[in-house]
Design a protein around this ligand. Structure first.
Ligand SMILES: *[C@@H]1O[C@H](CO)[C@@H](O)[C@H](O)[C@H]1NC(C)=O
Ligand SMILES: *[C@@H]1O[C@H](CO)[C@@H](O)[C@H](O)[C@H]1NC(C)=O
Ligand SMILES: *[C@@H]1O[C@H](CO)[C@@H](O)[C@H](O)[C@H]1NC(C)=O
Ligand SMILES: *[C@@H]1O[C@H](CO)[C@@H](O)[C@H](O)[C@H]1NC(C)=O
Ligand SMILES: [Ca+2]
Length: 270
């Protein structure tokens, strides 16, 4: 009994500490909070079962004591002092039992309340997390719309850093799961991308012939069905030009070294 009450007190204390820890200063529940709540909830359910079992045990003992004192009453017409004292003890014990049982019932009710409160908090936490995710998505979308230019079903993003072609390709992949160095499949798309380049820029696109010389392909596997090479290109200068760049000045392409020296354009498929 004492153990149970101690356990319950501890648990309630844990819950209480938990609450202050898991609510951040902004009043939002953290992910750790959610896990903690789940744990507390399952402990509460276990404890509730134990307490409820004890409740039944108390009722049984109480019935037996009632029976015992009933039996005693029949004899009480002629009890010795010692027997009278024993009867008083038994009655006192009985009152204690009844009061303990009431306390236990109260603990059970408190635990049930606590458990459903934890449930509600859990739901609230889930909703809060969902809301945060939606908000993050919305912010990402707005950011994307602010920085990226849309042409048909893709977004394009000019990057002024001069990285190697490989690093540029990785950069585009990192900024979005559908990101890649820009690929071109029509005159319209070509001209749209050219307009994103600042004056005089030379920028990497997603084309290369690194697998087989003069067999050009788009890095993301798209069909290579449109070309816009500058006159005399691709010429594989110094036998080292395997990465495609676009010239801003004539909107046309050249094969260039894959080493750092050109800006680049990322494309994000939607
Ligand atoms: C009460 O006591 C009598 C006699 O001692 C016994 O026969 C009876 O089963 C008891 N009842 C309960 C509920 O314990
Ligand atoms: C009660 O106790 C008295 C003596 O203390 C005795 O004389 C009497 O017979 C007892 N009565 C019963 C019913 O046991
Ligand atoms: C049980 O709770 C009620 C109300 O919450 C209170 O009035 C009562 O005194 C409590 N009983 C015990 C035994 O703690
Ligand atoms: C190249 O293929 C893509 C996808 O099938 C298509 O949308 C595009 O119009 C084609 N471009 C040309 C120039 O045929
Ligand atoms: Ca060239």
């Amino acid at each position: 009994m004492a153990k149970i009450i101690l356990l319950a007190t501890l648990l309630i204390a844990v819950c209480h500490t938990g609450q202050t820890q898991i609510v951040s200063s902004s009043g939002q529940w953290s992910k750790d909070g959610t896990q903690l709540l789940s744990q507390i909830q399952s402990h509460l359910l276990q404890l509730q079962t134990i307490v409820s079992d004890h409740g039944h045990l108390f009722m049984d003992i109480q019935k037996k004591i009632n029976n015992l004192s009933e039996t005693d009453k029949h004899l009480s017409r002629n009890l010795t002092d010692q027997e009278q004292a024993m009867l008083k003890d038994i009655q006192h014990l009985q009152r204690q039992m009844v009061s303990s049982h009431a306390k236990m019932t109260n603990v059970t009710i408190t635990l049930k309340d606590l458990s459903s409160a934890v449930s509600r908090m859990q739901k609230y936490t889930d909703q809060q997390n969902m809301f945060n995710l939606l908000l993050t998505d919305r912010i990402n979308l707005l950011t994307k719309l602010a920085l990226y230019s849309q042409y048909q079903t893709s977004y394009y993003y000019y990057v002024s850093s001069t990285l190697s072609w490989d690093d540029a390709a990785n950069y585009c992949k990192k900024i979005h799961p559908q990101g890649h160095l820009a690929t071109i499949q029509s005159q319209g798309e070509n001209d749209f991308i050219a307009k994103l380049l600042p004056y005089g820029a030379t920028s990497f696109l997603g084309g290369h012939d690194r697998v087989q010389e003069n067999k050009w392909q788009w890095e993301n596997g798209e069909t290579f069905n449109y070309t816009n090479w500058s006159p005399g290109e691709p010429n594989n200068g110094a036998a080292r030009e395997h990465c495609m760049i676009m010239y801003q000045n004539n909107k046309q392409w050249n094969d260039a070294y894959c080493t750092p020296g050109n800006t680049f354009v990322c494309e994000i498929d939607s």
